[in-house]
Design a protein around this ligand. Structure first.
Ligand SMILES: Nc1ncnc2c1ncn2[C@@H]1O[C@H](COP(=O)(O)OP(=O)(O)OP(=O)(O)O)[C@@H](O)[C@H]1O
Length: 246
């Protein structure tokens, strides 16, 4: 942990650079995320959103610093939900598993793999499934789920981990309007529960609706929104690295 990291920061990214061969994808990105913040990450296709989330999750080599000022290991305090369409979520949907089984995999990040499931674990799984509105499907075989339902299973698997930081890569892609609203409201509520959210998405209106701060990646650089009039403090956007309420 960096000594000067702010006390309430749950994620601190400094001078982060990612390249693929000679191609520089992220250039000296600085970002601080605070507890209870919801940060939306916009950017065109190929802007580097997934690369940034993957680097923070420890899934992508990078140069620079990623600090997660938690007493827990990064693998446990940071949860990452990859794009369902990208296949990077590590689930084989043809396996004979049900929704509760897959959500329970999230617990493996918190304790040793061979430990049995107690009552508290079963309750945590049921709670995470309820939070994404899948209780009626808790016993459903995963090979019968739709794309949007799979997306929600992956979110529940991340939630059961009880992360400090939740990284989401395009969670609204391919999701119907009702589910999108439920999901967005839930992400909004998570902040009240002390979970910070960093979410890559394309829908600018959803970014402003469900998140407290909106950032844009452009040509590998992170931009904060322009300031409004200095006299207009309502909904004042703030610079990257500054908490929303200051
Ligand atoms: N494994 C890889 N090897 C080479 N180049 C890659 C690799 N992964 C990503 N890139 C390149 O890095 C750049 C950023 O990709 P990234 O997936 O981070 O963008 P993104 O903003 O998430 O895009 P999208 O909105 O399309 O999901 C793109 O130009 C992409 O082609």
């Amino acid at each position: 942990m960096t000594p000067d990291a702010p006390m309430d920061a749950v994620l601190s990214v400094r001078d982060l650079t990612v390249s693929f061969g000679s191609s520089l994808v992220l250039r000296s990105v600085h970002l601080t995320v605070y507890a209870t913040e919801g940060v939306a990450l916009l950017g065109q296709n190929g802007a580097g959103k997934s690369s940034l989330l993957r680097a923070i999750a420890g899934l992508q080599p990078y140069r620079g610093d990623v600090d997660v000022p938690s007493t827990r290991h990064r693998a446990s305090s940071v949860a990452f939900v990859a794009q369902t369409s990208g296949g990077g979520h590590g689930i084989r949907w043809d396996l004979p598993l049900n929704v509760s089984d897959v959500v329970g995999f999230g617990l493996l990040r918190r304790r040793r793999p061979r430990a049995g499931r107690g009552k508290a674990d079963r309750e945590a799984i049921a709670d995470a499934i309820a939070r994404v509105g899948l209780t009626p499907l808790a016993r459903r075989p995963i090979n019968t789920l739709s794309g949007g339902q799979r997306q929600r299973v992956l979110l529940a698997r991340a939630l059961v981990q009880r992360p400090d930081v939740l990284l989401l890569d395009e969670p609204f892609a391919g999701v119907d309007a009702d589910t999108r609203d439920t999901l967005g409201e839930h992400l909004h509520q998570l902040r009240g529960a002390g979970v910070a959210v960093l979410c890559a998405l394309h829908e600018e209106h959803l970014a402003h609706r469900f998140f407290s701060r909106v950032l844009t990646l452009e040509s590998g650089r992170l931009h904060a929104p322009p300031l409004l009039s200095p006299h207009d403090t309502r909904d004042m956007p703030h610079q990257a690295g500054e908490p929303a309420w200051r």
